[in-house]
Each structure stands twice: as C-alpha cells, then as structure tokens.
Design a protein around this ligand. Structure first.
Ligand SMILES: NC(=O)c1ccc[n+]([C@@H]2O[C@H](COP(=O)([O-])OP(=O)(O)OC[C@H]3O[C@@H](n4cnc5c(N)ncnc54)[C@H](O)[C@@H]3O)[C@@H](O)[C@H]2O)c1
Length: 323
C-alpha cells in the first residue's frame, strides 16, 4: 500500500514511517522541515517538502503520489500552540481542510487523523468516553475537535474512510514537539543527563499517557480494521494515568538517587488541569480489539536504556526541558 505521512519529521511520524516500512508499505514522508539524516530516517524513504497550509502544494503532492492512505500528523501542539494561536489555527485547521479537500479531489481512500486529550475541557468526570461535551481551552484542542468533525463530515458526505484516535500524551526517546505532557519525558531525559529535574506541574497532576510503541501500533491497527465493525470515526485509546509523583517514583526506581521536584508553571498547569485524568477506550477495545501493552513501569524499563544511549551519542539530541 502507498502511504503519505504529513508532519512526518515529528515525534510520531518518524517512528510511524519505520513501522510502515517494516510492514512492507511504500511510505512517503512530508514535512516543512528538511529530510532527517540517515541515522534517523531510512534513506530509501521518499521525502517531500510540504507545508500543509498551502492548498496548491497539498493538492499537487497528493495528485502526484496518489496514496491509498494518508496519515495527517502535521500540527502545532498544545504548549507551542498557545505562543502563536493564529499560526496554530492555520496549520491545524486550514491544513486539515486542505488535506481533506485533496483526499476528495484525488479519490484517496483512507485518511487517518491524530486527535488528542486536549479535545476535552474542564468540568468532566475523571474518566471520559468519546461522546461528552467538548470545550477545549487551547487553540490546539479547538482545532482538533474541528478536525474530527470535518473528517466525519467528509466521511458521511463524500464516503472518505476517515478514522482517528484521541491519543493520551505520548512518551518516547525522541525530541518532543512542544506538548504540555512533556514534563513526563523530561523526568527521564534530565534524570539521566543531570540526575535531577524540576517538573513544571504539581506532583498530583494526573493525565492519560502512553508509550510510543503502543501509539504507533494503534495507528497501524485502526486502519486495518474492517469498516463494517467500526461504529464511529474517532476512538479514544488509553494506556495508563499516573500522577506526576508516580512517574517520578518509577524513574527513581530505574535511576537511583535521581532528584525530581515540582515547580508548577501556572499557564501549563492550567492546561493540564483542564484535561481528563483518564480515557475510557471501551469502544476501541470492542470494535477493533485495541489493547495497550506497556504500563508505567514497563515503559520506564524500556525507555531509560534508550534515553541513556541517545544522550551518550549526543547530550543535546533530546532538546532542553521546557520551563
Ligand atoms: N505527541 C503527543 O503526545 C501527541 C498526543 C496526542 C496527539 N498527537 C498528535 O499526533 C500528531 C503528531 O504529533 P507529534 O508528537 O509527532 O508532533 P511533532 O511536533 O513532533 O510533529 C509535528 C510535525 O508537524 C510538522 N509541521 C508543523 N507545521 C507544519 C506545516 N505547516 N506543514 C507541514 N508540517 C508541519 C512539524 O515540522 C513537525 O515535524 C499531531 O497531529 C499531534 O496533534 C500527539
């Protein structure tokens, strides 16, 4: 199958492309950023410069490649999105519209969308299913809700096989993209690098998180499910929901002597407090057999050696902790 990935140079995209290639697909990467180096991306993978805010370029590239499936990952995430909400609207909203239109024009069969816990707003029960009132407080969340709805519209109106997941905060040994869940990764990164980290949230902060290999598996398994078994377009997928203190304890188990403190940043804490504690993913389990494999400690055991290895090669590779 020929697959095009937008925003392919990011945290999710690079792991996804590797998995798609391993599965025998012809994967094409695209992004506004330059092609990643050979150590990061297989040199055999075609790479295309693509700004999703440019409708002509999106249309042109989709018409040229004629993919069977598009993964639309290009986005500006929650924390970075609040620095420039106008740009975030353009990339996330206009960009999604441009990709949907290109799918319609060129008869792309399937579009996979990556939504987020940021689609939810405050005032909800601690564990949320999909169909609750969505009143996000960030531009990122607003545009993701709109993207979900637009995709469903294209599904009903034009027959596009639009599917997507609402992801928890994703954690992997790679440079994170400016999400508000980044405190979790930096407990590991700065824990290894400096033996200490001051998290920008309270110790009792609790949001849904997932280890990247499970997230990538969701993106590979959902598109393969028979459409007739899917009762909806967008599915919650869940893994674990530790408090920030529980993550710190798990890190301390793997990195003895590490010192993790908490120094909440009001702006980021407000975003974290607006998100649910946990996602109810019963629909994904029932409809396409979704099941996570990693819990918090299993992630820690797998992640710490990977972070160590990356930092030994290049101490700056995983970026600097946000404050
Ligand atoms: N990482 C998470 O925790 C998380 C959680 C929930 C949902 N998601 C979703 O998964 C997707 C991928 O996230 P990620 O973590 O890889 O983010 P990321 O920031 O690492 O990657 C996003 C990519 O989009 C690219 N991009 C930005 N503007 C663009 C434009 N105008 N045109 C084309 N590309 C552009 C960036 O260069 C970047 O490579 C996003 O849609 C995000 O909303 C991520």
């Amino acid at each position: 199958m020929r697959v095009l990935v937008t925003g392919a140079g990011g945290q999710v995209g690079l792991d996804l492309i590797a998995e798609l290639c391993a599965g025998g697909h012809e994967a094409h990467g695209s992004d506004v950023v330059a092609r990643p180096g050979a150590g990061v991306l297989d040199p055999a993978v075609p790479w295309h410069g693509l700004d999703v805010t440019d409708p002509e370029r999106v249309d042109g590239l989709v018409g040229e490649i004629r993919p069977d499936r598009i993964y639309h990952l290009a986005a500006i995430l929650s924390a970075r999105g609040e620095i420039n909400p106008q740009r975030t609207y353009l990339v996330n909203q206009q960009g999604t519209w441009n990709v949907l239109e290109a799918c319609r024009t060129h008869g792309v069969e399937q579009l996979i969308f990556t939504s987020t816990i940021a689609a939810y707003g405050p005032g909800l029960p601690p564990t949320v299913p999909e169909d609750v009132p969505l009143h996000p407080t960030t531009m990122y969340g607003v545009t993701k809700v709109a993207g979900e709805l637009l995709g469903e519209y294209y599904h009903h109106r034009y027959g596009l096989d639009f599917r997507g997941v609402r992801f928890p905060g994703l954690i992997s040994a790679s440079l994170p993209g400016g999400g508000t869940s980044d405190y979790a990764l930096f407990m590991y990164v700065d824990g290894v690098r400096h033996g200490a980290y001051q998290a920008f949230c309270r110790a009792d902060t609790r949001i849904p998180l997932m280890y990247m290999p499970d997230g990538i598996r969701a993106l590979v398994e959902l598109p393969e499910a028979p459409r007739s078994r899917l009762r909806r377009c967008i599915y919650n997928v869940a893994a674990f929901s530790p408090s920030a203190q529980q993550i710190a304890d798990s890190v301390a188990r793997a990195i003895p002597g590490v010192r993790i403190g908490f120094e909440p940043d009001p702006r980021r804490q407000a975003i974290l407090d607006s998100w649910p504690d946990a996602l109810d993913d019963a629909a994904a389990r029932a409809d396409w057999g979704w099941q996570c494999r990693f819990d918090l400690d299993a992630m820690t055991d797998d992640l710490v050696p990977r972070v160590r290895e990356l930092l030994e090669r290049d101490p700056d590779q995983l970026g600097n902790a946000p404050h």
